[in-house]
Design a binder for this molecule. Structure first.
Ligand SMILES: Cc1cc2nc3c(=O)[nH]c(=O)nc-3n(C[C@H](O)[C@H](O)[C@H](O)COP(=O)(O)OP(=O)(O)OC[C@H]3O[C@@H](n4cnc5c(N)ncnc54)[C@H](O)[C@@H]3O)c2cc1C
Length: 493
């Protein structure tokens, strides 16, 4: 069997590696110049950086086993520190009640508690409470907390009002606020609950997130697989519903028995022949949001301690700041300087998307200075990376469109769409790695995993495990109790 994989991000590389390890002839076609996709790392000013913050976290034993198998001992546990910048103050994240109270002041804190209980005392209305991101969050947290800690950040990220954002996004990324849990954590800050101890440390590869996928590519080549970089696929070639191969951007057609696609779902569908009008219309209705990362090279080795910060302040356009000095020392080596990445989110039509590099670097520097995070240190250089189609926008009603596309694509024999772009899912690395593992199992072991449901269902894993400093620890717990950010008060990207 000859298999083509479109895209060398986490999903594509995982699928390709798993298949080639079992003797399948695999070719990966990647549009960009390196592997890793959105989770790639690269050299900048003699240091290693990622595309913004990339923390790996999973409770799935299959995903963690593979990650450890690839990374070996070349990782370190990082103690997470992330804060929220809002009203010229820094709130600890996950929110710690005493710190939040101190920063908000008593009147606002009282308003938060009152509006929280207001919501909890009124009768539930499943239809309206889950109609949008806004109603979902307000129902569970109260309007005041929604306005302080969800609204401005979410609207910066998605570019649409929160009442137009689907509740699915909240359901995937936030679970619930338990005031009793919050109170317990406030009263026992040193001990750390099981929940905080799981979430506050994460494993990070010494050579950057992208090194995981670089190593996967090496292993793939060792098994006889091929990775073709700067080799974009124009479309999947098919006769009726039988897939025959891929057509490259240069017009060459390559024959394959099966195609695993992580190219944007919308582009995949648009490239097919004789797509029904309603399916095409659904593809046209799905939108991705772009990201601009402005990297600043700062003449200081100790600016602040966070790995990243969320910028909620509505008067600042930036949404998140990463400090690569605070991940692992191997990223910067002997350098005495700091690299920061400032993130802006926009659509193709926004002036920010077409702004010059100089303008963006000046804006990022000015905005950072206004927060005090730069401590008047000199910015010695700037570098801009624009990433198109970064975030699948879960606008109210999007699921009808993705379901229509999925139903249509299920008709094809020899086609497996996976990944963040590929299935229009707001995936983290672990979801995409899992999709890659399951896609390979479907092909090799005649399994029938429904790949469209990964990162949709919040089911308990059959076997759960965590990466610790000593390797894999298998524990018994379910994902919704322990997963990334899920009982914390905020929405994260
Ligand atoms: C700023 C930012 C921060 C993030 N933070 C985290 C985090 O903290 N933790 C975490 O786990 N995840 C994080 N993520 C998400 C993580 O990067 C993604 O979940 C992961 O990279 C998705 O992998 P993928 O393989 O599904 O897709 P991608 O990484 O998007 O890979 C798809 C690949 O397909 C290629 N491609 C597309 N079209 C074609 C074509 N026509 N022909 C050939 N190749 C094509 C692309 O170039 C790309 O390399 C973050 C993402 C961003 C943008």
């Amino acid at each position: 069997m000859r298999i083509a994989v479109i895209g060398a991000g986490p999903a594509g590389m995982t699928a390709a590696l798993q298949l080639s390890r079992r003797g399948v002839d695999v070719s990966v076609f990647e549009a960009g110049p390196s592997v890793g996709g959105l989770a790639r790392s690269f050299e900048l000013w003699g240091q290693r950086v990622d595309l913004g913050p990339h923390r790996f976290f999973s409770t799935d034993a299959r995903v963690n086993r593979l990650w450890l198998d690839i990374v070996g001992r070349e990782y370190a546990m990082v103690d997470r520190l992330t804060r929220i910048y809002y009203r010229r103050r820094f709130f600890q994240y996950p929110l710690k009640p005493l710190n939040a109270l101190w920063n908000m002041g008593l009147p606002d804190a009282a308003m938060c508690v009152i509006s929280y209980f207001n919501e909890h005392l009124r009768p539930e209305s499943p239809r309206t409470d889950n109609a949008s991101f806004e109603s979902w969050v307000v129902r569970r947290f109260g309007r005041r907390l929604f306005e302080m800690f969800f609204k401005s950040y979410s609207e910066k990220l998605w570019g649409i009002p929160c009442h137009e954002l689907s509740a699915d996004f909240a359901a995937q990324r936030i679970k619930k606020l338990s005031f009793s849990e919050a109170a317990r954590s406030a009263l026992s800050p040193q001990r750390g609950t099981r929940h905080t101890s799981l979430v506050d440390r994460f494993a990070y590869p010494l050579n950057g997130t992208g090194s995981v996928y670089e190593k996967m590519a090496e292993r793939l080549r060792d098994c006889g697989g091929q990775v073709h970089l700067e080799c974009p696929v124009r479309r999947v070639v098919h006769e009726g519903f039988d897939v025959r191969g891929v057509e490259l951007q240069n017009g060459r057609v390559k024959q394959f028995d099966h195609v695993i696609s992580t190219m944007p779902l919308t582009n995949l569908v648009r490239g097919l022949d004789e797509v029904p009008a309603d399916v095409r219309a659904s593809a046209d209705d799905l939108k991705f949001r772009n990201t601009i990362l402005v990297y600043l090279h700062v003449d200081s080795d100790s600016l602040f301690d966070d790995q990243w910060l969320y910028i909620h302040a509505p008067d600042l356009k930036m949404g998140r700041v990463t400090n690569f000095r605070n991940w692992v020392p191997q990223l910067y080596g002997e350098a005495q300087t700091t690299i920061l990445a400032v993130e802006y989110w926009c659509d193709d039509s926004d002036p920010t998307w077409t702004a010059s590099d100089d303008h963006l670097i000046e804006q990022a520097t000015r905005e950072l200075q206004s927060t005090g995070l730069l401590r008047d240190q000199q910015v010695m250089g700037g570098h801009v990376v624009r990433v198109r189609r970064c975030y699948p926008v879960y606008r109210v009603g999007y699921r009808e469109h993705t379901d229509r596309l999925a139903d249509y694509l299920r008709n094809f024999r020899g086609l497996t769409p996976i990944g963040r772009y590929g299935t229009f899912k707001y995936n983290n690395q672990d979801h995409s790695i899992l999709m890659g593992i399951l896609a390979a199992e479907n092909l090799l072991d005649e399994c029938d995993h429904d790949l469209w449901s990964v990162n949709t269902d919040h089911e308990a894993y059959q076997e759960a495990a965590l990466i610790t400093e000593t390797g894999l620890v298998v524990r018994r717990f379910v994902r919704h109790e322990a997963s990334d950010d899920q009982v914390q008060l905020a929405v994260r990207t």
